[in-house]
Design a protein around this ligand. Sequence first.
Ligand SMILES: [Fe+2]
Length: 147
Amino acid sequence: MNAIALLTDDHRKVEALFQQFEGEADPVRRGDVGDSIMAELTAHAEAEETYFYPEARSATPGAGELTDESLKEHQQVKDVIAQIEGMQPEDAGYVPAMQRLKQLVQHHVQEEEGELFPKVSAAMGEERLSEIGSRIDEMKKASAPRA
Ligand SMILES: [Fe+2]
């Protein structure tokens, strides 16, 4: 699968999970959805950082700055995830921290889909993008504890 299609799918998946999170009143189930969101985001960040950004940088004029920006955003996402992991779903700070996480992710998605992905897509051929997509797929299959 084309790496950009795959990463875009990840974005949609996380957005759907945030929606589910917001509709969930039970703290235990909300905590489960929160865990899924954080697992998805962690795998997504790893896929982008390891397989996508390095290739994007070397193949795409102007992608260096955009991927630097994305890396900063990933760090912010990881910092908030680390905070949330130290909380219980019923803690007063849990939902606000998840809301902060959602804002960071929305911003990241807008930047990637609005700027980085179109540039990389235009610069890299379908074949190269599919190759990178396959590697991301393999990485996810190898690291996913659940089916
Ligand atoms: Fe992304």
